[in-house]
Design a protein around this ligand. Structure first.
Ligand code: 5GP
Length: 191
């Protein structure tokens, strides 16, 4: 558990070269994998117009790159659910804070998530959206922590399996920090 108070004074000024971070997945590897995921989605959804739903905030960087690797007409929307707050572990509570702008009925939804951890968030969203009369629902997650799963969730499009470590970067934060890193890193110490 990381619990450093992060004041203006002790925040490292360079997020990109923070000595307290260890690179887990490089920007190049992320970009290559997302191109492959986009090709797969393009093939699978040929002739359809999927609605990609970004689960805020962590997935926004992944969403921005993923939609540009999909060669199909598509629509996007955003949903926000209650998160872990400033801790590093799931509380198990899920609540929709911001819902879609338009009804999901009859749509082919692709939930775009940064990381599948316990699975509680996505299993809640799946149940909630199935009840809304969607045509189909799939899940695209950049990262997957299989060791942490509490509920089974089928991952249709997966970027990388990672070990049970708290990761940041590429949209993922620790207390709102590190979202702008172009790579995925593990926090070893907060400077
Ligand atoms: P789940 O409901 O699957 O346990 O949680 C998914 C959410 O937990 C993710 O969308 C993400 O916001 C957060 N989360 C899980 N593991 C990590 C992690 O290693 N780093 C960060 N920054 N967030 C995580």
């Amino acid at each position: 558990m990381i619990a450093f108070p992060m004041t203006e004074k002790n925040v490292n000024l360079s997020e990109f070269n923070d000595p307290g971070l260890e690179v887990l997945i490089t920007a190049e590897a992320i970009s290559k994998r997302i191109a492959e995921m986009g090709e797969q989605i393009t093939r699978d959804y040929a002739g359809r117009r999927p609605l990609l739903v970004c689960v805020l905030k962590g997935a926004m960087v992944f969403m921005a790159d993923l939609i540009r690797s999909i060669d199909l007409p598509l629509a996007i929307d955003f949903i926000a659910v209650s998160s872990y707050g400033s801790g590093t572990r799931s509380t198990g509570e899920v609540k929709i804070i911001k819902d879609l702008d338009a009804p999901a009925e009859g749509r082919d939804l692709i939930f775009v998530e940064d990381i599948l951890d316990t699975g509680l968030t996505l299993s809640y969203l799946l149940e909630n959206f199935r009840a809304r009369g969607t045509s189909s629902i799939t899940i695209a997650a950049l990262l997957n922590k299989p060791d942490r799963r509490k509920v089974e969730v089928h991952l249709d499009y997966k970027g990388f399996d990672i070990p049970d470590e708290f990761v940041v970067g590429y949209g993922l934060d620790f207390d709102e920090r590190y979202r702008n890193l172009p790579y995925i890193g593990v926090v070893r110490s907060v400077g």
